[in-house]
Write a protein that binds this ligand. Structure first.
Ligand code: STL
Length: 344
C-alpha cells in the first residue's frame, strides 16, 4: 500500500510540475488513485516552422511518460487549413512530414510518442457526423470565444468555428484521458469540457503549460514568420548563439525571461540538472537541480545573464545537433515548404 501511495503522489507531482492549470486536478488525482492506465495527447497544427516556443508544451509529454501515461502527438493538418488557410490542402503531406521530424529530433525520447495525423480520421463519416452534431449544439458565440485565442479570426471564416469543435472531438477519437496544451488553449479546453457530454462523450482532463516568453521581451511574440523572433531547432550554431545573446534577460529580472524558462521547462525536465561553467573569479561552476534554485540565484544577481546565456546556448547547440544535421541534408524539404522554414 505504502509504495502505491508514493507512486500516486510522485505521478501527480510529475504531471503538475511546470503547469499553470489543470481542469480538474481532482479528476486527475482520482484517476491516479484508482491506478487507471491513462493516455494523453497534444495537438500541433501544421502551420509554420517549429521553434523553441513550441517545445515547452511538448516537453510536458516527457513528464507524462515518466508518470506511466502513454502519449500521442496529433499532427493537426486539417486544422492548419481551417485556421484561415495557414496551409494549403495540397501541402499537407509535406507539412506533416516536417512537423513530425522536428518533434522526433528535438527530444531525447525514452520512447517516441505515437504520432497521429488528423486527416487520417477527421474526414471519415462518423467523425464528420459528430462535427455536425456538435455544430447544432454549440453557439456561434461560444465557438467564437474558443477560437479567438488560437486561430487568426480576422474576417473569420466558418472553418475557424469548426476548429474548436474538431479539437474537442479529437479527445474522443484519439481515445485519450488527458489533453495537454499551452494556456492559450484555455478557452478551447473549456469549450470541449462543456460540449463533449452533450454528445455522450466524457469530458477529458485538460492540462495547461505556461506561455513562453519571447526572445525580444515583453510585448513581443515568437513568430514562425519572423526569423529573429524565434530559434528554430535546426538553426545554425552561429544563429542559436546570436539569438540567445540578443535575448531579453536583464540582470535580476525573472519575469518574461525566456532563458530561465528554457532551463526550468525544457532543460531540467530532460536532464535533471543543469551545469553552468564559470570562471573562478565569477563564483565558479554551478550545478542547478531545480527551478526555484535557479530563480533565486538569478534574482539575487548571483548569476549573471552572460553566464546563463552562454550555458543555455551551449546546451541548445548540443541538443539540436541531430535536427541540424538532418535538415542540412534535407534542405529540399525546407525549400519546398517555403522561405520561412529555412534555417538562419
Ligand atoms: C497551433 C499552435 C500550437 C498548438 C496548436 C495549434 C494546437 C492545435 C490543435 C489542433 C487539434 C487538436 C489539438 C490541438 O485536437 O502551439 O497553431
Amino acid at each position: 500500500m505504502a509504495s502505491i501511495r508514493m507512486d500516486v503522489d510522485k505521478g501527480l507531482e510529475l504531471i503538475k510540475r511546470n503547469t499553470v492549470e489543470i481542469i480538474t486536478e481532482k479528476e486527475l488525482k482520482t484517476a491516479l488513485d484508482e491506478g487507471r492506465q491513462m493516455s494523453a495527447y497534444i495537438g500541433r497544427a501544421t502551420t509554420g516552422s517549429i521553434h523553441l516556443g513550441h517545445l515547452i508544451p511538448l516537453s510536458k509529454l516527457v513528464d507524462f511518460q515518466k508518470a506511466g501515461i502513454s502519449t500521442k502527438v496529433l499532427l493537426a493538418d486539417v486544422h492548419s487549413v481551417l485556421d484561415d488557410q495557414k496551409s494549403k490542402w495540397e501541402d499537407l503531406d509535406l507539412r506533416v512530414e516536417y512537423t513530425r521530424k522536428c518533434i522526433e529530433l528535438a527530444f531525447d525520447w525514452e520512447k517516441q510518442p505515437e504520432f497521429v495525423r488528423g486527416s487520417d480520421y477527421q474526414i471519415k463519416s462518423d467523425y464528420i457526423l459528430d462535427v455536425l452534431k456538435m455544430s447544432t449544439i454549440a453557439t456561434v458565440d461560444r465557438a467564437t470565444r474558443a477560437a479567438s485565442e488560437v486561430t487568426r479570426m480576422k474576417n473569420p471564416k466558418v472553418s475557424e468555428l469548426i476548429y474548436p469543435i474538431m479539437q474537442a472531438l479529437d479527445e474522443e477519437y484519439l481515445d485519450v484521458d488527458i489533453q495537454l496544451g499551452g494556456i492559450d488553449q484555455r478557452h478551447i479546453f473549456a469549450f470541449a469540457r462543456e460540449y463533449m457530454p452533450a454528445l455522450g462523450y466524457r469530458s477529458r482532463i485538460e492540462v495547461m503549460t505556461p506561455l513562453v516568453a519571447s526572445i525580444r521581451g515583453p510585448g513581443t511574440k515568437m513568430s514562425s514568420s519572423v526569423p529573429e523572433s524565434n530559434i528554430k531547432i535546426y538553426d545554425s550554431e552561429e544563429a542559436i548563439r546570436r539569438k540567445i545573446n540578443s535575448a531579453y534577460c536583464p540582470e535580476g529580472m525573472t519575469h518574461d525571461n525566456l532563458l530561465l524558462q528554457l532551463v526550468g521547462f525544457f532543460i531540467l525536465p530532460a536532464e535533471g540538472k543543469f551545469k553552468i561553467y564559470r570562471d573562478a573569479k565569477f563564483g565558479g561552476d554551478l550545478e542547478i537541480t531545480n527551478y526555484s534554485e535557479l530563480e533565486a540565484l538569478f534574482s539575487e544577481k548571483k548569476l549573471h545573464p552572460a553566464d546563463l546565456k552562454k550555458a543555455v546556448a551551449d546546451y541548445l547547440v548540443e541538443r539540436f545537433k541531430f535536427a541540424r544535421k538532418y535538415f542540412e541534408g534535407n534542405l529540399d524539404l525546407l525549400n519546398q515548404l517555403g522561405k520561412e522554414f529555412l534555417p538562419s
